[in-house]
Write a protein that binds this ligand. Structure first.
Ligand code: PGA
Length: 211
């Protein structure tokens, strides 16, 4: 049975107190999946003691130095093993384009952060050396509409063949109800739920339903 990668993307949600409350409520019993929570920067330190992997949702394209307001890769490495780069919300609201995303990948790799790189289709550039590719069709994010498992399987298989990245996951309105249909597709190694990761009971149901 393939080892699944389940990544919760909290986006810009939860205070430190709310993050701790989530972590205290959730019971992670899915021993053979990798579970990583992509939490806001300010909550990462508080989540350290809990038994799931941690990731940041962004990284500076610059090293440490005079870049006011930026959080750099070395700082993130102290509190997390993973980072998401290329999410469609970063591309859309913060004008992050391929050249900037490449710099972010370079910064993350320099300090040994593992990378989930998000793409909206199988034609978008994936920089070499990323660890996981997430296929997330823009129209499926936060809309309650998903790609079909058949199409997601085809897109993910193409991405894997083109990029040589071994692990590829699907994101876009994944729920406890539909998660099994995605992870049972042979090329899809896991999922990236956003909305369904915010409530600990819902996320626990999603983890149960992957098998
Ligand atoms: P969603 O978000 O599950 O709320 O659609 C997924 C994502 O943006 O990573």
């Amino acid at each position: 049975m393939k080892k699944l990668f389940i990544a919760g993307n909290w986006k810009s949600n939860k205070t430190i107190a709310e993050a701790k409350e989530w972590a205290e409520k959730i019971s992670i019993s899915n021993g053979d999946s990798t579970i990583v929570i992509f939490a806001p920067f300010i909550t990462l330190g508080a989540l350290h003691p809990f038994p799931f992997g941690l990731g940041a949702q962004n990284v500076s394209e610059f090293p440490e130095g005079a870049y006011t307001g930026e959080v750099n890769a070395r700082q993130i490495r102290e509190v997390a093993d993973w980072v998401i780069i290329g999410h469609s919300e970063r591309r859309k609201y913060f004008n992050e384009a391929d050249d900037m995303l490449q710099k972010k990948v370079d910064q993350a790799k320099k300090v040994g952060l593992k990378i989930i790189y998000c793409v909206p289709d199988d034609a978008t550039i994936v920089p070499p050396g990323v660890d996981v590719v997430a296929y997330e069709p823009v129209w499926a994010i936060g809309t309650g509409k998903t790609d079909s498992p058949e199409n997601a399987q085809a897109v993910v298989a193409t991405i894997k063949a083109k990029t040589q990245v071994a692990t590829a996951i699907y994101g876009g309105s994944v729920t406890p109800e539909n998660v099994a249909s995605f992870v049972s597709a042979p090329a899809i190694d896991g999922v990236l739920p956003g909305g369904a990761s915010l409530d600990p009971e819902k996320f626990a149901a999603l983890l149960r339903n992957v098998r």
